[in-house]
Design a binder for this molecule. Structure first.
Ligand SMILES: Cc1cc2nc3c(=O)[nH]c(=O)nc-3n(C[C@H](O)[C@H](O)[C@H](O)COP(=O)(O)OP(=O)(O)OC[C@H]3O[C@@H](n4cnc5c(N)ncnc54)[C@H](O)[C@@H]3O)c2cc1C
Length: 548
């Protein structure tokens, strides 16, 4: 299928939908196309709904400067504070935009939005009651006339002289090869949720949306864009065996965390590091305790967990025979992921959501705006939508690189077994091995030797990838995802080897450099493809705190 559009948006999740709607709003004559790997009504981290906008600076109640201070603490000092400032400044108007679209933000008896504190400084989290948020976004996309193509996995960007000219991929149901030429491209395809293995052993039983396999990081790197924050993989204590979030929902409503000895864990603020430390130092299992809460609070928590978050959770607790009024919720450490929403990993962007490549924007979890959550996905989606709509007015369409397209088509379909038999090792088994290797060598505790082992294994798995065949197009998409995960593993390992200190508590704990060293390492590690060798080039960029 050969497609042409003005603005191509890769990924129809939170950030992609917002970018598309705003681009159309800005200029209804601009053609906007979302290519989505899943089905837009339910795809992405939201899937159903969300219970809060985690970052909202309400005029007169908090300041953007205080939020930047909080972000600086959360990011261990490694951030571009200008981006966090832009996020804060645009967060309240975003809440108002959502409210106009019918998203409900409950108010207290004084008519004020209900705020909760999860950051080190300031109560920025605003409660939202939106169990059908994703459907609202998808309907809005349709209403403004954005075209959507579902179930196509984009596998690579098209580039000419450091300018992105579109993207290619294929439909994983029909196998149809897809080429799209675009004047501007917005990457909005999430982080790398499928990084290390979850302790449940289920490949897709993970915290974040399992369709995000680091696709955006990998394709941006291969196209020549700069990336950062890969040495900070990130995990959280979540419901053990279910890997569903609940800390923000329960702890902000009075729940407590206790350890195996029944001791209450004192949390300075909602720091997951303190909880992970209990586990790593052998005082686990740790639990969320709620039996001291009044019935109305428990019902409020149940409502959010069993509707907005994941309705299957109700069944899960019934199956375990646990009622929050008596029993406790065991917390386990999740798999590690790479993410610009909960962590600091991502494509390097500026305040306009521009990447280091021409005509390419990056928004949401795929972009490095530390701990930006849903608020950041929406705010920078809005910014990218506006800027792309302006850019395409003065942009001519470029010729596509036909030889690259042909070579890519050949590379992808070479892994497809026409006979439909596949090989002895399946894509699922390969992914299991790759992610077990990541658990063994890439994530903390780290040291030089482990990280070098990882590099050896990554090359070996890349060779294995050449010998494995997919028995259908769905499996073929899985093989592409393994390629993305391997790229992410190499980016993470390379950055971790470079940062010869420990930072972010457990997330970059190097046993051979156990101390944090601000004197030498208050810098961002920037990764980029070397134009000649294709290897990863590493550079340090000191954190620039001027003006903030
Ligand atoms: C369980 C959970 C609860 C959360 N709760 C909150 C909360 O209460 N408040 C808050 O502020 N934040 C919350 N967050 C964070 C927030 O949801 C995310 O930061 C935000 O939704 C990310 O948006 P995104 O558009 O970057 O990614 P996503 O919404 O995940 O969208 C990425 C999209 O890209 C598509 N895609 C991926 N690869 C490709 C490809 N190769 N080709 C085509 N399409 C592709 C995917 O299918 C997906 O639809 C939560 C996150 C999770 C996981």
């Amino acid at each position: 299928m050969d497609l042409e559009t003005d603005i191509l948006i890769i990924g129809g999740g939170s950030a992609g939908c917002m970018a598309a709607i705003v681009a159309k709003e800005q200029n209804p004559n601009v053609d906007v196309l979302i290519i989505e790997k899943g089905e837009i009504h339910r795809s992405g981290s939201i899937a159903m709904g969300m219970d809060a906008l985690n970052i909202v600076v309400q005029p007169g109640k908090a300041s953007s400067e205080t939020y930047v201070e909080s972000a600086r603490i959360a990011a261990g000092g490694i951030l571009d504070p200008k981006l966090s400032y832009v996020l804060a400044e645009n967060s309240f108007s975003m809440l108002k935009r959502l409210e106009d679209w019918g998203v409900r933000f409950p108010r207290n008896d004084d008519g004020e939005y209900i705020t909760l504190q999860v950051h080190a400084k300031g109560a920025f989290m605003v409660e939202m009651d939106a169990p059908d948020l994703k459907v609202i976004l998808a309907q809005k996309v349709e209403e403004v006339g954005v075209r959507v193509i579902n179930r196509v996995i984009i596998t690579n960007l098209l580039v000419s002289k450091r300018r992105v000219t579109g993207a290619i991929g294929f439909n994983y149901r029909t196998g149809e090869f897809t080429v799209c030429s675009a004047k501007a491209t917005i990457l909005a395809n999430g982080g790398c949720a499928r990084f290390s293995l979850p302790n449940s052993g289920y490949l897709y039983g993970i915290f974040d949306y399992p369709g995000n396999a680091g696709d955006g990081y990998s394709m941006a790197f291969r196209a020549g864009a700069k990336l950062t924050g890969f040495e900070c993989p990130q995990s959280s204590p979540l419901i053990k065996d279910f890997n569903c979030p609940l800390l923000y929902i329960t702890l902000t409503r009075g729940a407590e965390v206790i350890n195996a000895f029944g001791d209450k864990i004192v949390l300075e603020y909602l720091s997951t590091q303190t909880m992970l430390k209990e586990l790593h130092e052998g005082r686990g299992p740790i639990f969320i305790k709620m039996n001291h809460l009044p019935e109305e609070k428990i019902q409020d928590i149940e409502r959010i967990l069993f509707t907005t978050e994941r309705p299957t959770q109700k069944k899960f607790w019934e199956g375990r025979g646990i009622d929050f009024r008596e029993g406790m919720i065991e917390l386990g450490e999740t798999e590690f992921q790479l993410c610009g929403g909960h962590g600091i990993t991502g494509i390097l962007v500026n305040e306009k959501a521009e990447t280091s490549l021409k005509n390419l924007y990056a928004v949401g979890d795929v972009a490095s705006v530390p701990m930006q959550h849903l608020s950041g996905a929406f705010v920078f989606g809005e910014i990218a939508g506006k800027n792309a709509a302006t850019l395409v007015r003065k942009t001519q369409r470029q010729e596509l690189d036909k030889s690259f397209i042909k070579a890519e088509e050949k590379r992808i379909f070479k892994m497809f077994d026409e006979k439909g038999e596949g090989t002895d090792i399946t894509p699922t088994e390969l992914e299991y091995k790759v992610r077990r290797m990541i658990s063994d060598y890439v994530v903390p505790p780290k040291n030089e030797r482990k990280l070098q082992e990882a590099l050896w294994w990554i090359q070996r798995f890349r060779n294995d990838l050449k010998t494995i065949k997919a028995k259908d197009y769905h499996e073929l998409s899985r093989l592409e995802e393994v390629r993305f995960i391997l790229d992410c593993a190499e980016l993470s390992t390379t950055a971790s080897l470079e940062r010869k200190e420990s930072r972010w508590g457990w997330f970059h704990y190097r046993t051979d450099y156990p101390e944090q060293d601000d004197k030498n390492w208050l810098s961002r590690i920037i990764l980029e493809k070397d134009g000649e060798s294709g290897e990863i080039k590493v550079a340090l960029q000191p954190v620039d705190n001027r003006g903030l």
